[in-house]
Design a protein around this ligand. Structure first.
Ligand code: NAP
Ligand code: HSE
Length: 445
């Protein structure tokens, strides 16, 4: 049987998981693929470190270069994270013609355009199933399964850490910091947890999905990102009373085909919203039931209609499963001499552009902290009316008597720019005692 030799760079949560999964299911994969994997080396920073997955010492090295340049190694796995050394590893491996498997969404977000171009230039391949959705094979879904569809919507709960935190805050009334520590202990969180809680990890992932779906490279700075650190237990409770759950959602919406002039040429182009922010999801919608570390990606295609992909979005085994799927693809591509079965991120039938967040229209939940006296609501309603923003309901929750009380407004569809300007004016009213809290409401239409 043909043997493919692997060099794994990174022996932490994901690298350790891949090592363990190959020990467990290598025979199964060999019987399915007709190819056997052999792990030749594993690069780590510290060979003396105690690891939850034991890797035999003779396999360990601290030199990733020794893996990339070893002529006996057929496939390189970049599983260290970060964007500096990881970029060097991927570039060097591609340059010497080796296929690379990576789980590194931060790397792809920052340097994907360059890395995929290099892969094509050197006739090699870059595989990245584990970069989005943990164990959910969503890259394969968009690249292959839905290739005959125009993708009109993607809604993704794509950060396991944030979903774990929001779920435990809702179900147990737990404190944000305490739950984050648990997510770190369970191996869900990034080495730098602000990547998770400030929404950047989700934006790396949603950028990859948007680029795949729309065929143009969505740059990180084009994605509007808000994280979950400002979500309070109070908002989670009020949202629950109103029939909603708060989720951090990555959203890719194809809005319309517009005409865009470039010199004398006018081309049809797709305006796409690409953003990450916390959202009130109606409890009647399936995405509201995606809890703990689970991710879900809801994809609408113009032929298939609505589809949903669900599974563990982070952690050792889920991520290892996605890496194994890439290894199978790499093995079959090597076996069949295939260079690039489906080229990544190819331009589609029309140009695309990312819509500015100011132009994005949505519904809103607004929580104000106001003085409890007559005339307060009238002042707030007047500003919203002047901004052409309609109120769909007003709730002053019971049991909050005192000087300052919460006032919840549910707002009809309004452009983001109108809403932020109106809230800035409202925050300056003497009757408003704290910074207004605004969370968008998604109806999945
Ligand atoms: P991790 O647990 O921190 O592991 C990183 C590993 O890389 C460690 O073994 C470390 O060595 C090694 N390393 C770091 N710099 C190195 C260098 N210069 N040379 C050789 N080895 C080096 O991280 P992780 O959670 O496995 O994440 C790895 C990648 O997978 C990241 O891109 C992450 O975003 C992505 N990812 C993670 C998950 C998840 O659930 N954790 C899910 C999907 C994708 P030592 O062990 O000696 O320190
Ligand atoms: N930190 C990431 C998350 C790991 O929590 O989703 C999986 O990509």
């Amino acid at each position: 049987m043909q043997q493919i030799t692997l060099g794994i760079i990174g022996g932490g949560t994901v690298g350790g998981g891949v090592f363990q999964a190959i020990q467990r299911n290598g025979d199964l994969m060999a019987s399915r693929l007709g190819v056997r994997f052999k792990i030749a080396k594993v690069a780590v920073r510290n060979v003396e470190k105690l690891r939850s997955v034991r890797i035999p010492k003779p396999l360990l090295t601290t030199s990733w270069e020794s893996i990339v340049h070893d002529p006996g190694i057929n496939v390189v796995l970049e599983l260290i994270g970060g964007t500096t050394t990881a970029r060097s590893i991927v570039l060097r491996a591609l340059e010497v013609g080796k296929p690379v498997v990576t789980a590194n969404k931060a790397l792809l977000s920052a340097h994907g355009e360059e890395l995929f171009a290099m892969a094509q230039q050197y006739g090699s391949n870059l595989y990245y199933e584990a970069s989005v959705g943990g164990g959910i094979p969503v890259i394969k879904v968009l690249r292959e399964g839905l290739i005959g569809n125009r993708i009109t919507r993607i809604y993704g709960i794509v950060n396991g850490t944030c979903n774990y935190i929001l779920t435990r805050m809702k179900l147990e009334g737990a404190e944000f910091r305490e739950v984050l520590a648990d997510a770190q202990r369970l191996g869900y969180a990034e080495a730098e947890p602000s990547l998770d809680i400030d929404g950047h990890d989700a934006s790396h992932k949603i950028g990859i999905l948007a680029s795949l779906a729309h065929g143009f490279w969505v740059k990180p700075k084009q994605i509007h990102v808000e994280g979950i650190s400002s979500i309070s237990r109070l908002d989670i409770q009020f949202a629950a009373q109103l029939g909603y759950s708060i989720k951090l959602l990555g959203i890719v919406k194809k809005l319309e085909n517009t005409a865009r002039g470039r010199g004398s040429v006018t081309k049809s182009c797709a305006a796409v919203q690409v953003s990450v922010y916390p959202v009130l999801v109606p409890n009647s919608h399936v995405m509201a039931s995606v809890n703990h570390v689970f991710n879900a990606i809801y994809v609408r295609g113009d032929v298939v209609g609505d589809t949903l992909y669900y599974g563990r979005g982070a952690g050792q085994d889920a991520t290892a499963s996605a890496v194994l799927s890439d290894l199978a693809d790499a093995a079959l591509d090597l076996k069949c001499g295939s260079k690039s079965r489906i080229p990544p991120f190819v331009p589609h039938e029309c140009e695309g552009m990312v819509l500015d967040i100011d132009e994005v229209v949505s519904r809103y939940y607004v929580r104000l902290t106001v003085v409890d006296k007559p005339g307060t609501l009238a002042k707030i309603a007047a500003i919203l009316g002047q901004s052409k923003i309609g109120i769909s309901s007003v709730i002053q929750p019971e049991g909050h008597e005192g000087e300052s009380v919460p006032l919840i407004l549910m707002i009809h569809d309004a452009p983001n720019a109108n809403m932020t300007k109106a809230l800035a004016r409202i925050s300056r009213l003497a009757v408003v005692k704290a910074e207004p809290k605004m969370i968008r409401v998604e109806s999945f239409e």
